[in-house]
Design a protein around this ligand. Structure first.
Ligand code: MTE
Ligand code: HPA
Ligand code: MOS
Length: 744
């Protein structure tokens, strides 16, 4: 079944924030942001602004009626800078004008007197200075110190990873509208309507019942709007509160790139120990996370790095430590995979390192260590593993040795084009790692004409969650999906929502919807039975009577045709005092093989194929699932290859536009993406056994890094550093950094 939005998307009729009709009298906001990464904010001069045409007023930190704070986990993030600035792009003042252009023009007229302070952009420097946002986190399984002593082989190294710009097509933005008795309605491009509601309440001082947040859909979020939509909603709400007018702010692309955080860069150390049979016996890793200037979601991102630091492998002795380092960059935030990909890149680097030194392929080490049922993760949960199944089915379908032979034969005769391949198994835990977040609610109304309205806490951002919600309701009632309408995500209809994140939105909100629909269905079955003159226990089906007649009859009998249901994932939990537990409802597995061709004269490369066997469980919508897999793979490839976030030593973003930040386009997607569904039928907590698919496929992209590295190694004998992204420039430097080192 197609995504229910596809028709309106291709016709340009889908409604995003900027398509909401504005009310007369609406003011437009624009932020004046810090030009300096760290400093003492001595004064702000707004005298020139007030003379500008159309300007209504300027708002500074001191004007806020509520608290000047939006930090959710640690209160270290003012809405507007007060006393100090901590990154280039930090909002200092809000300019309100009659038009967007006037607001933007006027904001440029503000100046600030800032006394510069030392700028830190490197997480290791921050850690050495003791500037950690939260205490280090640690996972321990077995005893690495003892185990290393017995290992036949031990290798140590370092891995560097850069960030990634979310580049949602729709930039951040919000529209606040004043309501009766001091209330505010906020339209926001957010993954977390409740997070926005809380932030708005904090900065305005309003109680939550006076603030309504409404989300139609997002033009992409990718984690960037889990927490970082809050600021713009807060800015609009504060301005509405102060002026009594509706206020809108939709960021320009360059404002968005400059002012918002990205995927966290990491710098990591690893130590891996293997026995003579290539079994990984011990693994140690230290992760230095570049959190940026304030906490944002950095601690849970850091935790997920630890949760995924052994990827799909069973390693009996593990010590992994992670540091949340404060730097003078925009606060980094959630991004598809939520720290998991960073953990996986490091273990894959360690395996590639060991393989290189031992003269075997990385695949031999990977295969020898795949998780089996009952194996313990470093955090205590036991695996229900599909790792070997996905590996062997991928091998059976795609024939790894034939692909390897093809590359070797090509390389034997080709001097300047070299092929490289790499295997990339994945294992990703599904559930918010913070257990209380794993709950959701759904409100279902059956109207007297038989049509069905569903509201949940899930936000549609292109991933197809609304399609799945409609499918759930349609399936329970035995209706065509056109009879179901999924409405906006709204805090008045659904309260206290978790953000749409962790790939868990379909499961959590789908289960809540299923419960609501089943409850109504039970009531309708009683009515149907009585209409047929039977007992319900005699096995009546909804389809035994006409749906519309049934609904109308139920209404006439005063039977409740609405339900508001709650779902909380059973059986999960995690204890941070021991760093052990069962945090995930289940894991998603898969294995990809990635093939590339590197042009060894120019450093350019093409991704020839990504072939994967992916664990869908039993997909409830393969079209949506395939879309998520293809999109995730391309986004992962972008992170590993061409996307390079560059800040200079002064903390200024150099890759600040699409002319300087390259993302995959249609020409850089793999020539071939093959997806082989791994149908698994184990009982799991996925909605209709359809496993979450939003984030895991991104991690197949990591294979491209190692495939390119292997192609370089086919050109010359070298050991490229583990430092992503592998931009063509960096490939070229690896190909020629020492003269005359060619093999051929
Ligand atoms: N797909 C599209 N088209 N747009 C997005 O913003 N976000 C990803 C993923 N797929 C995203 C996407 C991220 S980061 C997550 S956590 C999941 O979708 C969230 O949605 P789900 O829980 O419904 O899978
Ligand atoms: N994933 C995504 N977002 C989150 C998580 C998580 O595990 N925890 C808190 N926010
Ligand atoms: Mo996704 S990073 O959990 O929004």
């Amino acid at each position: 079944m197609k995504n229910i939005d596809s028709h309106s998307h291709v016709r340009g009729e889908s409604v995003y924030l900027d398509d909401i009709p504005v009310i007369r009298g609406t003011l437009y906001a624009c932020v004046f942001d810090s030009p300096i990464a760290h400093g003492k904010l001595k004064s702000v001069d707004t005298s020139e602004v007030e003379k500008c045409e159309g300007v209504i007023r300027v708002i500074l930190a001191g004007d806020l009626i509520g608290e000047n704070q939006i930090g959710g986990i640690v209160p270290d993030e003012p809405l507007l800078a007060d006393g100090g600035v901590h990154f280039v792009g930090q909002p200092i003042a809000i300019v309100l004008a009659e038009t967007e252009e006037q607001a933007r023009k006027a904001a440029k007229k503000i100046t600030a007197d800032i006394e510069p302070l030392p700028v830190v952009t490197d997480p290791r420097v921050a850690a050495a200075n003791g500037d950690l946002i939260v205490p280090p986190k640690k996972f321990v399984l077995g005893d690495t110190a003892a185990a290393f002593a017995d290992c036949a082989h031990v290798f140590e190294g370092r891995a560097e990873q850069n960030g990634q710009e979310h580049l949602y097509i729709e930039t951040q933005g919000a529209y606040a509208v004043p309501m009766e008795s001091g209330g505010i309605r906020v339209y926001s491009s957010t993954q977390g309507p409740t997070a926005v509601q809380r932030a708005v309440c904090r900065v305005t001082g309003l109680p939550m019942h006076k603030v309504e947040v409404d989300v139609q859909r997002l033009g992409g979020g990718f984690g960037g709007k889990e927490d970082q939509a809050n600021a713009w909603a807060g800015i609009c709400a504060v301005a509405t509160q102060i002026t009594g007018k509706p206020v809108k702010y939709a960021l320009h692309r360059m404002e968005d790139m400059r002012m918002t955080g990205k995927r966290h860069p990491y710098s990591s150390d690893y130590k891996i120990g293997l026995d003579a049979d290539l079994k990984i016996v011990a693994y140690e890793a230290s992760f230095y996370q570049n959190a940026g200037a304030s906490c944002d979601l950095s601690p849970p991102v850091l935790e997920r790095t630890l949760f995924h630091c052994t990827n799909s492998y069973y390693i009996p002795n593990v010590t992994a430590t992670a540091y949340c380092c404060r730097t003078n960059l925009p606060p980094n935030t959630a991004f598809r995979g939520f720290g998991g990909p960073q953990g996986m890149f490091v273990i894959e680097s360690a395996i590639a390192h060991a393989a290189e030194k031992l003269g075997v392929t990385a695949a031999e080490i990977q295969r020898a260590n795949l998780l089996e049922d009952g194996d313990e993760f470093p955090y205590g949960q036991l695996a229900e593993s599909e790792a070997a199944a996905s590996w062997s089915q991928a091998d059976a379908s795609f024939d790894f040795s034939a692909l390897r032979l093809e590359a070797d034969e090509f390389n034997a005769t080709s001097k300047y084009l070299k092929k490289g391949i790499a295997l990339m198994p994945i294992c990703f835990g599904i559930s918010f790692t913070k257990t209380p977040m794993n709950q959701a609610r759904s409100l279902v109304h059956v109207y007297t004409d038989g049509s069905v309205a569903v509201s949940t806490g899930a936000v549609e951002m292109g991933q197809g969650v609304n399609t799945k919600m409609a499918q759930v309701a349609a399936a329970v009632f035995g209706l065509d999906v056109t009879m179901v309408k999924v409405h906006t995500t709204n805090t008045l209809r659904i309260a206290n929502t978790s953000p749409t994140a962790a790939s868990a939105a379909a499961d959590l909100n789908g289960k809540a919807t299923q419960i609501a629909c089943e409850t109504i269905r039970e009531r309708l079955l009683d009515v149907a039975a009585s209409m047929l003159g039977k007992e319900t226990s005699e096995g009546v089906a909804l389809s035994d009577v006409d749906w519309k007649d049934l609904v109308m009859e139920a209404h006439l009998r005063r039977v409740n045709l609405s339900e508001h249901s709650h779902y909380a994932t059973p059986g999960i939990g995690f204890d941070w005092s021991t760093a052990k537990g069962h945090p995930f409802a289940y894991h998603v597995y898969g294995t990809a093989i990635v093939g590339v061709t590197v042009d060894c004269l120019r450093g350019r490369y093409e991704i020839d194929y990504v072939k994967c066997c992916h664990d869908f469980g039993t997909s409830m919508n393969t079209a949506v699932g395939l879309g998520q897999i293809e999109g995730g793979i391309v986004q992962g490839l972008g992170w590993m290859t061409m996307e390079e976030v560059v800040y200079d030593e002064n903390g200024k973003l150099r890759s600040n536009a699409l002319s300087t930040y390259k993302v995959p386009d249609i020409y850089s997607v793999p020539k071939e993406i093959d997806v082989l569904p791994l149908h698994t039928n184990r009982n799991n907590l996925a909605i209709f056994n359809s496993k979450a698919v939003g984030e895991p496929p991104l991690m197949y992209g990591i294979g491209a890094y190692f495939a390119i590295r292997n192609a370089i190694k086919a050109f010359r004998d070298c050991e490229p550093e583990f430092d992503c992204p592998f931009t063509p420039e960096r490939v070229l430097m690896n190909l020629y950094s020492e003269p005359n080192a060619e093999k051929n």
